[in-house]
Write a protein that binds this ligand. Sequence first.
Ligand SMILES: Cc1cc2nc3c(=O)[nH]c(=O)nc-3n(C[C@H](O)[C@H](O)[C@H](O)COP(=O)(O)OP(=O)(O)OC[C@H]3O[C@@H](n4cnc5c(N)ncnc54)[C@H](O)[C@@H]3O)c2cc1C
Length: 439
Amino acid sequence: MTDSRFAPNAKMEPYWWEAAPRPVLPEPKLPGRTDVVVVGCGYTGVSASLTLAREGREVVTFDAEHAGWGCSTRNGGQIGTKLRLGLGDLSAKYGKDRAAAMVKEVTNARNYIEDLIKREALDCQWSVCGRFVGAHRPGDYDGLAADMPVYKRECGIDADMIPRSEQHAQIGTDAYYGGLLVHNNASLHPGQFHAEMLDRAIKAGVKIAIHCPVSKVEKDGNEFVVTHARGTIRAKNVIMATNGYTDGVAPDLRRRLIPIGSYVMATEELPVDLMKRLMPKMRVISDTRRVVYYYRASPDGRRFVFGGRVAASETDPAISGPLLHDVLSGIFPEVKDAKISHSWMGFVAYTFDSLPHIGVHDGIHYAMGYCGSGAHMAPYLGHKIALKVLGREQDARTAYDGLEFQTRPFYSGAPWFLGAAVMYYNFLDRLPSGSGRRP
Ligand SMILES: Cc1cc2nc3c(=O)[nH]c(=O)nc-3n(C[C@H](O)[C@H](O)[C@H](O)COP(=O)(O)OP(=O)(O)OC[C@H]3O[C@@H](n4cnc5c(N)ncnc54)[C@H](O)[C@@H]3O)c2cc1C
């Protein structure tokens, strides 16, 4: 690496792959016919596959790359309880009750994975560490304080305001004007979580075909014919679980998704005393910016894992790493000399209404568009879409059912408008005051 902030042996791949190396899977003998084909082997796909296999269905799950190659082993491992849109905006569009149900569904997702982790004994460093949302402008603290009781009352989100004078008990910085502490937010090791889910799916009988892109899904009578890199397979049902990596195999879904790069870097190990002072409660952290920074300590408490969006256009981890390092050093000047050990990125999928989507399109089931909050929403909606395939309509119900999955005229899936949008939101974030982001 040319930038001196990189450690000499820095890697341009996720830090999580150290403790969860990319799985080596045997090449399965693929049948000519199966009950369900799942396209995509991230959290959505593997969760759907596990649920179906446990219900006795034959499942073949494909990934174009290795299992978990997409966001599911690249994310920050932060488990939240909010949606991209605030409760006020949601209420204006969908009415108060549905808006509250949509937000509560995120807590349902959080609770679902907590139960799953316990039930299946998934070894993934689950920790109910709480989240500190830092107010990056004085006015944002007031915005958070005004919203907090509403979220408590309407959505059951347990949170407390932390004034700036008490901030150091949560986080060792003066960069924020106080903030919000959301108690039941959590963290996990994203790579280990995926590896453990994959293990349970394989043990349940799911056949996983990796490095095997699916190129076509066609309807043929009551079945689908799925063309993949090694041949074709017939299936009663198909689940599209490709999220921010949705390609030409599902053009109609692709034009409803906005893939956006999110960038992360990890520092080398830092002194234990310093980390204890800067991250005394090991909370997950985000802030009130529209272009949010999200970060945490690594599960062993020894390094920072720091993420966000540092450039208007998509860029290279060799470039984003030092830029993220600059922001981290602005928050914690004590770490300005810490070297970057890993830098990476992945594509999250936003949607035009900023909501997750689950349903059936042209007979193909899908769950996607988690807007950057899929570490818990993806396994949860993956489970729900499997229940829909099983015909268990009552159990499969979600607050996002029946939403129109919007697109825009002439949009095919390449977000030409992204750079301008990021610059505009960065401009808004720099204005002296504004309403706070929602907890
Ligand atoms: C840097 C980063 C940080 C994040 N941080 C957080 C966080 O802290 N908390 C949180 O809640 N969420 C976070 N997210 C979002 C979260 O990781 C995702 O929403 C979630 O992992 C989506 O899971 P998925 O299974 O739907 O998609 P993915 O994990 O992206 O998997 C999709 C898979 O589909 C495969 N695929 C695509 N097309 C084909 C094809 N034609 N044939 C076969 N396979 C195909 C791809 O190879 C890929 O492996 C973050 C995301 C990123 C990138």
